[in-house]
Design a protein around this ligand. Sequence first.
Ligand code: CTP
Ligand code: MG
Length: 399
Amino acid sequence: MTQKIGVVIVAAGSGSRFGDPLPKQYHMLGGKSLLGHCIDCFAGHTSADLIQIVYNPDHQDWYDQTIREACCGSDIPQPVAGGTTRQQSVLNGLRALNAKSPDIVLIHDAARPGISDTVITRVIGALKTHAGAIPTLPVADTIKQADGNNIILRSIPRDSLHRAQTPQGFVFKTIFDAHTQFEGQELTDDASLLEQLGVDVVCVEGAASNDKITQRDDFGRAQDWIETTETKETSMSQEEYRAGTGFDVHRFAPGDHCILCGIKVPHTARLDGHSDADVGLHTLTDAILGAIGAGDIGQHFPPSDMQWKGAASDIFLKHAADLVRQRGGRIVNVDLTLICERPKIGPHTPAMRQKVAEILAIDVDRVNVKATTTEKLGFTGREEGIAAQAAVSVAVPVK
Ligand code: CTP
Ligand code: MG
């Protein structure tokens, strides 16, 4: 069942530390206000009528202009007025959204225009297993605690420290009840409320571009970010997409495990072959080579060459991925099907996806591994071996 995703974007602050009569959320960055960037990014993840903006009615003209310029501005519901604290503003937004009964809600600061699809997707993904999820970044500097005279009391080990960002995502009812319960108390972010209640909130990877704009200096950093994104978008328009397919078979031989997608899978036979006979990785290698017109695995790693005897197939796949990068390209996604009656593949697919993503150095959500039987028909049905087929998409620069 698809989840109904609500979004609250808080934009009712006055930006006192930014120190400009124009509140920071209405400053322009690459032709759009900071708030406008946020609206357009979230609109890609939910229907516009579930995006609730919280604003200061004194900013009406600036707000109207932002809505005119945003891609889906006309579909955004009327904003609600914020309060004197961020927490009160969030609660006002949640109250407005409550009427639309979202399943989950993402609460975001308008002062973070560098929010990306990737970070939003990570937060939404983590909400499948947790009531709360927030993007964070590791702390790079050594952290000191000092007394009132600035005399250092101690260094705080930074390994377990995380810098919290937004959007902070929650099961709607859980965070709505918590905000209602804590109304009037001052807590600096939304996750803190659930911490008080002992509800687990998980950290997912944030992004440096998603850091908050607080001071004037932060604006320069955001301008750098927008320029890089624009450059990326320009080069994107000069990319073309290529598809590649792969197919491979290895027969069974006496043994007690198979190596499939780099994972050791216990079985009553092993796969026979010159290398480690990882039929999954061979198939993916062929598919990637196919997409860039680079022949097949046998041309790059001849079976007659003794150096590949017993080799871990990671090197074949990594080589194919390196060839894509050398051409200035990137792997968009890979989809692999393993075809066998046994061993059962399902329990191993999360580890296999992870492993393939690591070898290719791409996000795990760009990798899919699935399996099927052939209803006991043919050589896979008779359990004589395992077959695999793959499709990949690769983006390469147009020459
Ligand atoms: N915010 C809000 N209502 C408030 C205070 C803050 O909606 N009463 C919003 C801000 O607009 C911002 C986000 O919460 O998008 C994070 O707050 P912050 O960075 O502190 O922004 P400001 O409060 O505007 O800035 P300052 O604290 O410097 O005045
Ligand atoms: Mg503030």
